[in-house]
Design a protein around this ligand. Sequence first.
Ligand SMILES: [Zn+2]
Length: 419
Amino acid sequence: MTGAQELFIALVVLYLFECVLVLRRDVIVFRSLGFGRFRAIPAGNLPGSPERALFFSMPAPPLGGLYLTEQSPISLSPTGISTRRAEHFGCESEALEPAEFRSYAKIEQIAADGPALKINDEIAERLCGPVAARALAAEIDVLRNAPDAAGRDRLIERALDARFDIDAAAAKRETTEREAGTLLMLCNALCVYLFTIVPLVVWRSGLDGTWAMLLIALAGLWGSIAAEFVRVHRRLDPDASADRRHRFAIICCTPLSAVRAYEWLLRERLAAFHALAVAIVTCEKADAAALAGAMLRDLEYPCRRAAAGVAATSIDQCDASGESELRSREDENAEADEAAAWLRSRLRDRVIRLMRRLELDVAGALAAPLRDDADSVAYCPRCHTQFVRQVADCAHCPGVAVRAFENVVTEKEPVEVRS
Ligand SMILES: [Zn+2]
């Protein structure tokens, strides 16, 4: 193998690393392969570790687009903020973890530091990107300055309406993709140039007489992408100058990063909207309906830890000081759960409203699934996993009771998951 061939293989491997995204499990990816409609891919279904998922984005032309949305890791209520999630779609195990509740009076400082949300100068949560972190920090800042709970109630309702505004999401998508059309073309051109034209020229004519011309063409395309990225980013998001500088610096590092510039520009553009609103404006109706049904079931049959049982058992084993600490922790968990339940009911109302607007079958989404075969005797109402023996709770959805199919005689036996 020649030196040029080794260099080319190294470039391809490095580029493929550029195409891998490490995502939180609560993220929902909307991916287009460059031919129009997007597909919703919950990170919970992707390979990876229990906390992080690996997503491989489209490496070759026409490259396509990518939008990321996430379910908020923090639940806002009129009384305070809770680290218990209202939605556990894709991150079910988090329902088993202890949660914290903080009243607005205890929040002295709130800020976003990159993707991290800082409360009183401590990192409280990490979000999918700086745009989402800034939006959440701004929302909490407004809430903590509101005069009373009634005012905060109205503010949260208004913010939720904005998250589910499909007309605004459609307009933002249209503006983004129109403005970024030239950038997409340049990224495709650079990808073709690096991985097709350069190898062909080197193979046929060698590097000796061609390297200067190849380098000039590369610099032209690379520089055009950097300049176009800054122009479009400034036009779409004039206030995000720190993000712009950060991305610009990365694009300037290698031409491989420059090929991904269009994807970077799109990633967080719809992060302020609920995943269902993004699905409706980007996906086929059948995909949006499937996501809507799964999200509605997540809100209707939420994952939860058996708090009362855990507390009772643990308190019995504690001494007096440990008991009071445990009780206060359980009280805090109860407040956190209450705040999440408050938000969950409002999210559920909006998901149902959107489904009705799109003439989707709400009752059908909550109904029992069709039995896989005659052996199936029970199902999970949340994830629709089917069981061949009756069990208490679903193995995938903590705290969600399994239901028997109608007209099926069952016996209580150890769990055996069918799908
Ligand atoms: Zn389940």
